[in-house]
Design a binder for this molecule. Structure first.
Ligand code: PMV
Length: 365
């Protein structure tokens, strides 16, 4: 276990049964270099390596309990029973964990997010990272951070990065069996203390109709810009990595905007076209460009995922100005500040009270 994904293991055995449970929490991440397209869908191996920042404040918390008394898997997300596609994706993931372990029981999965699901904040990344951590532990597997990352990518590619905190690269790898395809931490969360992400939540963000995993494959198949993107990404990844290494904001911000613009152009040129933004999202991008023009140098850089909310990176000393300009745009629902944060970790079971409901007893004199 490494310093990027630390914490004690907690499992339980039910009284006299073989039930086993574990809880795991994982944060979302925002990609500065996007993963968009798989060269092997079966193995969940991407065409290009990607690079992200793990975010503090937000998290998915997932409890998995394998129980011999269950007759099927049960999945509850944000207090609502999951059905259809979302449930099937979790059940497929549990099957993968069962196949790797000696566990044969069905499971109950209870997950909640402290941020809106399917809204452009990567709930699939935090959700599947948390599921990978909880299910593998509950099944008795003890996986390293790297192995967890390899497992998590089968739920959602970006989940491979949420295992780790700080600045993370998911390497695409070159091996045919996908064994060198996993994320690795580049720099810890405190590497760049002044860096801040102003998350701009827009009103009326549509709920995603097509899963990213399907949408990206239609970009691979139909976007005339896709092959050029693949040729350009390694150069941008190296440059973005170098800007982070040197904490060079004036180099980083234009590069992440260039990468985001290229990702968006690929989406928009996909047939049928993929348009994740609202008019307010687009106005936010325009406002960031205007702020940089006015400042005479790049003081902020935007990026977004397959969703309408916008992440605007800036430095603490510009954050108040950037945030108040963006918050004033019509259609902006709210803005919040987040920083690079820690990765996924197990959640210890609350300690049992020593005496039922009783306060600690005073020693009699
Ligand atoms: O991990 P998925 O299948 O939800 O796809 C993520 C795709 C993007 O968020 C747009 C890019 C990325 O690298 O996170």
């Amino acid at each position: 276990m490494d310093k990027y994904c630390a914490g004690p293991f907690v499992g339980v055995r039910g009284k006299g049964t073989e039930a086993r449970a574990a809880t795991y929490e994982a944060p979302p991440n925002i990609a500065l270099v996007k993963y968009w397209g798989m060269r092997d869908r079966e193995l969940a191996v991407p065409y290009n390596s990607s690079l992200s920042v793990t975010l503090d404040r937000f998290r998915s918390r997932t409890r998995v309990r394998f129980d011999p008394d269950l007759s099927e898997d049960g999945v509850e997300i944000n207090r609502t029973p999951a059905v259809g596609g979302p449930r099937d994706a979790v059940v497929r993931f549990l099957d993968r964990v069962r196949a790797r372990s000696s566990m044969t029981d069905y499971a109950s999965v209870v997950s909640d997010n402290n941020f809106p699901t399917a809204s452009g904040l990567a709930s699939s990344a935090s959700g599947f990272a948390a599921l990978a951590g909880a299910a593998s532990r509950a099944a008795g597997l003890r996986l390293s951070g790297r192995e967890l990352s390899r497992l998590a990518r089968f739920g959602s590619g970006s989940a491979s990065r949420s295992i780790f905190g700080g600045f993370v690269e998911w390497q695409a790898g070159v091996r045919a069996d996908g064994s060198d395809c996993y994320a690795r931490p580049l720099y810890p969360a405190d590497h760049w203390p002044g860096l801040v992400d102003v998350v701009v939540f827009v009103e009326g963000a549509p709920v995603k109709e097509v899963r990213s995993a399907d949408a990206m494959q239609s970009s691979v198949a139909t976007s005339p810009l896709y092959s050029r993107r693949l040729a350009e990404v390694p150069r941008r990844l190296t440059a973005i990595h170098a800007a982070i290494a040197q904490r060079d904001a004036t180099r980083l911000f234009p590069l992440i905007m260039e990468e985001c613009d290229n990702f968006r152009e690929v989406c928009e040129s996909t047939r049928p076209s993929l348009d994740y933004l609202t008019p307010t999202s687009r106005a936010t991008l325009g406002e960031v460009r205007a702020l940089n023009r006015e400042a005479g140098s790049p003081i902020a850089g935007y990026t977004h995922d397959a969703g309408a909310h916008i992440h605007v990176f800036t430095l603490d000393r510009h954050a108040r100005r950037v945030r108040s300009r963006l918050a004033r745009l019509p259609g902006v629902r709210s803005t919040i500040l987040v920083h690079p944060g820690p990765g996924g970790h197990p959640v210890p079971r609350p300690a049992r009270p020593t005496r039922r409901g009783a306060a600690p007893r005073r020693r009699s004199r």
